[in-house]
Design a protein. Structure first.
Length: 157
């Protein structure tokens, strides 16, 4: 990993010491769920789902988000297996993070996303959201869980 990508919340916080919102991504093979924090980094809000195409197309959409939200750092969900091991999706996430950091020059924290999609799904079901509606928004809700988990970790450190 390059020096802009870390799995340490503490290192990330040292790197990104300026005020400003953070953006959270739930990286999937077909979509990227997106959430953004407020400036004080207290609350995460789901904002959109990017339909994935080629990396450069994904990057253009991320740059559009940067203009809109002026985020100062990226939290990227790392899909660690329940037993703590890393599978092929972790490697593709790390690769995405490295390429993204080289092009955007933003610090990126890889954040354990275990159970984020399950938590998002349960939340939507308990809110009585239809299955069809859930599939359209599940990824941005999962991104929100990932980012909120990171924000909570920052507040408690």
């Amino acid at each position: 990993m390059n020096n802009l990508v870390t799995q340490s919340a503490e290192k990330f916080e040292e790197y990104v010491n300026t005020n400003g919102p953070l953006i959270g991504f739930d990286l999937g093979t077909k979509t990227i769920g997106v959430a953004v924090s407020d400036i004080s980094r207290t609350i995460a809000t789901p904002v959109t789902v990017i339909k994935r195409k080629k990396f450069l197309d994904d990057l253009e959409k991320i740059k559009d988000l940067e203009k809109k939200y002026s985020f100062v750092g990226i939290i990227l969900g790392l899909p660690i297996n329940m037993n703590g091991t890393e599978g092929p999706r972790c490697q593709s996430t790390r690769s995405f993070a490295t390429k993204l950091s080289q092009i955007t020059n933003h610090f990126i924290c890889l954040w354990d996303e275990r159970l984020s999609t399950l938590a998002a799904e349960k939340s939507l079901i308990s809110s009585d959201i239809s299955r069809k509606s859930r599939t359209k928004i599940i990824d941005k809700i999962a991104a929100c869980y990932i980012l909120q988990g990171f924000l909570d970790r920052l507040k408690n450190s």
